[in-house]
Design a protein around this ligand. Structure first.
Ligand code: CUA
Length: 348
């Protein structure tokens, strides 16, 4: 069946709409919620406009040449060529070529200068934004280990897979990797920066709009590379201070009997060998810090929403949820599973 004209009119813009619908939301390259992202997007827009104008001009010349040639007769081609090559037309052609060459050189120079200034802007973010937050972020297969540093080291704390940063201030992040190369990428806020084993990298984030954004490891790092996401919450300065104050608190002892049973299991079985819960004997450093795990938006580095159901699924069978990750199958019975989850849910 042939599609009618109206069907085509509807169908043709669909791929375009699909593309545009990707430009919005918590993880998008069209985002302008950070200073760097805005700089990069301005440069990208300029490139699109300038190259779009040249593309349109070249297409216009191509079609003009095609339509002109159509009316000509093959037996008079030699005559036409001679007419075009006449000295009287040479002047106009030469001027046209000069103008075109000038436009190409000018356009390329303009893009080079714009690229230079964007690059300078990205390289010197501290001239008017002294960093007020300092974070050490380490990439692991496949999760993010974050340490917040303060002038008074007794206020330092550790968290995982979710960063909070204050609106309108600069956050300085040192990037490290424990195993393989990862890449820190929160497109709404800034460009990418690699995390390389044995090498220190850094990035400065200057968010300009409060909100919840999603970061994603942008360097293939093994089986669960796609499940190495990062939640980034840009808080107002007051909300940020409240979040920091809560993160600096240690975990309270559980009051509820079921949570208490979960606490005992956690401390006496494998869990505490890998995970830290501040204020308890659990001090393992090779897995995410769980001191405030229940306050986070997701678990397993963005793999599941942080609900009681997800937590059961994750603790019961981490290899079923995220095959290949380093959390082993523990083999808890139903009572132990409910108890451990009940305890984890107290870690707000
Ligand atoms: Cu870490 Cu990809």
């Amino acid at each position: 069946m042939r599609a009618g004209r109206h069907e085509w009119a509807v169908a043709l813009p669909l791929p375009l709409l699909a593309l545009l619908s990707g430009c919005g939301g918590i993880q998008t390259i069209g985002g302008r919620e950070g200073r760097d992202a805005a700089l990069i997007n301005d440069l990208f827009t300029l490139f699109c406009i300038v190259t779009g104008i040249f593309f349109a001009a070249i297409m216009a010349f191509l079609f003009a040449a095609y339509w002109r040639r159509r009316g000509w007769r093959a037996d008079r081609m030699a005559e036409e060529d001679e007419r075009l090559a006449a000295p009287s037309r040479g002047g106009a052609l030469r001027v046209g070529m000069f103008l075109w060459t000038g436009a190409v050189v000018g356009g390329l120079m303009g893009l080079a200068v714009a690229s230079f200034f964007t690059d300078r802007g990205l390289a010197h973010p501290n001239s008017d934004n002294k960093p007020v937050v300092s974070i050490e972020l380490t990439g692991n297969q496949w999760w993010w280990d974050a340490k917040y540093h303060f002038h008074d080291p007794s206020k330092d704390f550790r968290t995982a897979n979710e960063l909070h940063i204050p609106l309108g201030a600069a956050t300085y992040i040192v990037l490290k990797a424990n195993d393989v190369i990862h890449s820190f990428w929160v497109p709404n806020l800034a460009g990418k920066q690699d995390l390389i084993p044995g090498h220190l990298n850094d990035i400065v984030l200057v968010p300009t709009r409060a909100g919840h954004y999603r970061g994603q490891c942008a360097e293939y790092c093994g089986l669960q590379h796609a499940h190495m996401a990062l939640d980034i919450v840009v808080d107002t300065p007051a909300d940020y201070q409240r979040w920091v104050a809560r993160q600096q608190q240690t975990a309270p002892p559980p009051a509820d009997p079921q949570a208490r049973a979960g606490y005992v299991y956690f401390m006496n079985k494998q869990c505490s060998a890998c995970h830290t819960i501040a204020g308890t004997p659990a001090g393992g450093q090779v897995a995410p810090d769980l001191t405030h795990v229940a306050s986070r938006a997701t678990i397993a580095a963005g793999t599941l929403p942080n609900t009681v159901g997800s937590m059961h699924a994750w603790v019961a069978d981490p290899q079923g949820v995220k095959p290949g990750n380093n959390m082993p199958y523990i083999g808890l019975n139903a009572d132990e599973l409910h108890a451990v989850v009940a305890y984890l849910e107290t870690l707000k």
